[in-house]
Design a protein around this ligand. Sequence first.
Ligand code: HEM
Length: 407
Amino acid sequence: MSLPSHHPFSIEYTANPHPTFERAHGGDDFIEVPEMQGLLVHGYEAVRALCDHPSVSRNPMDAGFGDAAEMAKRAERWPTLESAALQMIEANENSNSSLMRDLLAPDFRPGMIRKMDETVHEVVEEVCAPFRSERALDVVKTVQEVPLRVISRLLGIDDATQDANLFLSSAPDYFRGINPVASDEDRDKAEVAAKTMYEVLARTVENRRANPQTDMVSQVIEIANQRGDVSPDVLVRVLVVLVAAGTDTTRLSTTLAVKTLLSHPQEMEALREDRSKLKNAVMECLRFESPTKYLMRASMEDFELDGREIPRGRLILLSLMGAGWDPTVYPEPERFDVDRDLRGSLNFGFGSGYCLGVHLARLQVGTLLDFILDHLPSNARVIEDGITWDPGNLSLREITALPIEMP
Ligand code: HEM
């Protein structure tokens, strides 16, 4: 069955959502998707308001996504996977509560920021070496290990150990299986992967309890000890949420940023000459091609937003990329402009659930672009007809191949 072009799972929307943006920004926002009881929202003001609104929940199950019997069946077949999913939902629902934010605050400590900087530079140099030596490559395959290796090293999983191999090899299966519309087969694989990841992280926590170091796990344990109310199991689950929230988003952001840069050779040359614009360029890349397809929310009661009635029990899908292409806020959104005023950007969400890894995220995208600018020749180009997308992800714009050549 072919899906309408605005449908979240259509290939058109995933690869090229601009016709839907034009429709929404032309006055037809809040597009209905009846089979999902869904409302697609693309206007900047509405997206911002609904990110963190008292009448909406951050748990899509509140809109009837997944009934209790189905959930029980799933929990029986995929217990580790489902408990991880629940932890993520709890973390999302309680983002105002201080647990996640307290535990993950090390992100903002000066010592950790220095460590992040060193680690990200090391990993980009290692993983992206093929950009230096090859004449053609797939960007997706080449950069995909960057965020996983970065987070694994920051957490303190020693690279030289079997645990690092287990962590790196199981994570991709795990991420594939946590997609709400993953197949049963993918979930089976993800269950095995989730168990492995839990075991590796549990061993790391145990080890750092006995032998604290300067890594993230040691810092999280220190904060947990100060709070006195965090069991080792909850601690491990928070770390899994951290890995899940930070890996795929960064993997897709870096890939899409390379695509945007190579498709704008003049801007790329200007940036090559003046790296002081790099920080803003990162945010412009995220606006231009967002890794996020939709943030999910559910309406908990009938309410009104800007003169529009929103009924209870709707799955509300907020397009951050749509908001970034709203011409009333970002004039001529189709222009990729690294000097653009991006204050108020929604790239990392808004309000109480604002991204906890924003520093690390910007650092990774910026370091990768800096590396590309150092090593990619001006005639490098994207092979447009080799680009492929996987439309079956509701939260992320999953690009699966981005071949480039560097003649
Ligand atoms: C460029 C890459 C990234 C993008 C575009 C991104 C984007 C976002 C967005 C839009 C949200 C808000 C979700 C919502 O309101 O429903 C979010 C939340 C979050 N992000 Fe990121 N993120 C990125 C990288 C990271 C990294 C590297 C980490 C950590 C390692 C991270 C950790 C988190 C966490 C823990 C939350 C949940 C916060 C909460 O619910 O309180 N993110 N991110």
